[in-house]
Design a protein around this ligand. Structure first.
Ligand SMILES: Nc1ncnc2c1ncn2[C@@H]1O[C@H](COP(=O)(O)OP(=O)(O)OP(=O)(O)O)[C@@H](O)[C@H]1O
Ligand SMILES: [Mg+2]
Length: 312
């Protein structure tokens, strides 16, 4: 199962379902929200939806909502009129105007400032917008896909995200399970990625040893597919020969092989902390105050740790 252009590796039933979902939502113009951990493949899935749909021959436009200051981001999306703000010497159309036939992907939508959220809500509800400083109503025809690894429901509870916009975005939502919850994908993805990496680094015949496969299959992959790709890349660059052995993998991954040794249960404090926080947030359904109380840390510390472990 693969689109013509983008290979979608889906050995696991969970990712087969994702592919089927992508096929179903691709032809309709509805806004889609894709959530999931960092590196899980949200961007990749958005690209697949774009390529399976009628806009496949138009550019795939990804806007990093986190990295642009709100006025610049709004100008990028909606455009501006001459004199809209100091330095706006000319009228400039935005992405919604220039790329009306395309797919516009809003990456890390949870990071949008209140003013941008308000403008986006209008786009969702009425399909219209104005250039900054302008009065002319322009129609939105682009397809919007929003991505986030934050829990938007929590962001709403904490007053950081508009509830009305959340409900709009939540209508067609796709959750990408982390790699550790679609174990059957690990080796299939590893082999696919390794073939590409090997080819670019002059080792086209490189294969995984059986022991290395065992390590990859058992590891937890907190950084998901991106961590898998980066791990393989490093192993290919640092090793030689036609086999990628377990020794070429980082020590903390190889530690999995020590399963029968006395230090088998040994884990870093950071791992213990991450697992404790993850389990508590899950048990309280992401209630920050309650989780902080159970963990015996302040709300502030919990929010910082959530960020550190890449859950926001
Ligand atoms: N099913 C897949 N098949 C092949 N490559 C994949 C697949 N899923 C993800 N990848 C690759 O894994 C890497 C991470 O994926 P992607 O950038 O889509 O993650 P993300 O969820 O958007 O992460 P972040 O939240 O950090 O932006 C990319 O290099 C992507 O090409
Ligand atoms: Mg991404």
């Amino acid at each position: 199962m693969a689109s013509e252009r983008l290979p979608w590796i889906c050995k696991d039933p969970a990712s087969q379902r994702l592919f089927e979902l992508a096929e179903r939502v691709a032809p309709v113009p509805a806004t889609v929200l894709i959530t999931g951990e960092r590196g899980a493949g949200k961007d990749y899935l958005a690209r697949l939806i774009h390529e399976l749909g009628p806009r496949r021959d138009t550019p795939y436009i990804k806007i990093e909502c986190e990295s642009l200051p709100p006025p610049l981001l709004e100008s990028e999306l909606f455009g501006h009129e001459r004199g809209a703000f100091p330095g706006a010497a000319e009228r400039k159309p935005g992405r919604f105007e220039l790329d009306a036939k395309s797919t516009i992907v809003l990456d890390e939508v949870a990071a949008l400032a209140a003013s941008t959220q308000a403008r986006l809500l209008r786009v969702m509800e009425e399909r219209v917008f104005e250039r900054l400083g302008g009065k002319e109503h322009l129609r939105v025809e682009a397809r919007i896909i929003a991505l986030t690894n934050a829990d938007l429901a929590t962001a709403v509870k904490e007053g950081r995200f508009r509830e009305d916009l959340y409900y709009r975005l939540d209508l067609v939502k796709i959750w990408m399970p982390p790699l550790r919850e679609r174990r059957a994908d690990i080796l299939a993805l590893a082999e696919h990625l390794l073939a590409g990496i090997g080819a670019t680094h002059g080792r086209p015949k490189i294969r995984l040893s059986e022991v290395a496969k065992g390590v990859l299959e058992k590891y937890r992959w907190p950084g998901n597919v991106r961590e898998l790709r980066d791990t393989l890349k490093e192993a290919v660059i640092c090793g030689q020969g036609e086999t990628l052995e377990a020794e070429h993998l980082p020590a903390h991954m190889r530690a999995i092989l020590d399963g029968n040794r006395p230090e088998a249960g040994a884990r870093s404090l950071e791992d213990v902390e991450r697992e404790a926080i993850e389990a508590t947030l899950k048990a309280t359904r992401n209630q920050i105050g309650r989780s902080a109380k159970i963990l015996g840390i302040s709300r502030k510390t919990l929010l910082e740790k959530r960020k550190k472990y890449g859950w926001v």
